[in-house]
Design a protein around this ligand. Structure first.
Ligand SMILES: Nc1ncnc2c1ncn2[C@@H]1O[C@H](COP(=O)(O)OP(=O)(O)OP(=O)(O)O)[C@@H](O)[C@H]1O
Length: 257
């Protein structure tokens, strides 16, 4: 796992500075600052409705901030042309709760799909090799000819992550990766997030309400409070406080050591 000092010496692949975003009277992001460093797993915590999804949408260019700067992989996201934005999005892997597999396709076909659509220069053998590599990475080589309906929830999640990895993203964005999974499967997904970091050298933002997950995968934790990342650091640093906006997170979560 990355040491904190190493993380802080790395270059930022996402830089967010003084970002504001309102919906009507509701000022969701209020001068938010955040860096994602190359190679790190950064966990974003925050109560429901604090703006975590809004932030991810701004990073991926689906929403525009009202003011402030968002730079992703050297690009000023708010000022990209539609074509440049598409190119940037191909360098980002999204693992979202609603990124379901295609039920009518086998695992192999599900994994081939993004390559066939986005990497038109690849031959059959290269596609087959890429499918094998990502299936091996998520530990599910044996499911290659199965249908999604034959897989468990945890296996479907892993195949979803494999489908994202097949385009070799530089950044991974995980939105609540362990939501709705049993505790054993949660541990498997946490391990997978760490394996992906190591094997594919990705830089990742992981949004979660699951503190076991946060502790297991986060090189750093960033807590969104009142529209800003007011507590950023290691897990222990973030929770070593009597701040009443922070302590309930810890008190009400069961932490598996
Ligand atoms: N397109 C939109 N139009 C109006 N309001 C919006 C829009 N998108 C988000 N909001 C509001 O912004 C606030 C933050 O929403 P967001 O989805 O980012 O919360 P979150 O931190 O991801 O919450 P959760 O943990 O429940 O997913 C909410 O009050 C939401 O209603």
């Amino acid at each position: 796992m990355l040491q904190k000092s190493k993380t802080e010496n790395s270059k930022a692949v996402i830089t967010i500075r003084d970002v504001n975003k309102s919906f009507g009277d509701y000022h969701v992001l209020r001068g938010a600052d955040l860096d994602l460093y190359e190679g790190e797993n950064l966990v974003v915590l925050g109560r429901s409705g604090t703006g975590k999804s809004v932030l991810i949408k701004i990073i991926s260019g689906l929403l525009k901030q009202d003011s402030g700067m968002v730079n992703v992989l050297g690009k000023d996201v708010a000022n990209l042309s539609p074509k440049e934005l598409l190119e940037l999005r191909l360098r980002i892997g999204f693992s979202f709760q609603n990124s379901a597999l295609y039920d009518s396709m086998t695992v192999r076909e599900n994994l081939e799909f993004p390559l066939v659509r986005n990497r038109k220069n690849l031959g059959k053998a290269e596609i087959a090799q890429a499918v094998e590599t990502v299936l091996d990475a998520v530990g599910l080589s044996q499911t290659i000819n199965q249908m999604p309906s034959e897989l468990s929830g945890g296996q479907r999640k892993r195949i979803g992550i494999a489908r994202t990895l097949i385009l070799r993203p530089e950044i991974m964005l995980y939105d609540e990766p362990t939501a709705g999974l049993d505790p054993i499967t949660c541990i498997e997904i946490n391990n997978l997030i760490n394996e992906v970091q190591e094997r594919f050298k990705t830089s990742s933002i992981i949004i979660t309400h699951d503190l076991t997950c946060a502790k297991a995968v986060g090189n750093r934790i960033a807590m969104l409070l009142d529209g800003q990342f007011q507590r950023v650091g290691t897990f222990d640093e973030v929770f070593d406080t009597a701040d009443e906006r922070v302590t309930p997170f810890y008190d009400y979560n069961f932490i598996q050591e």
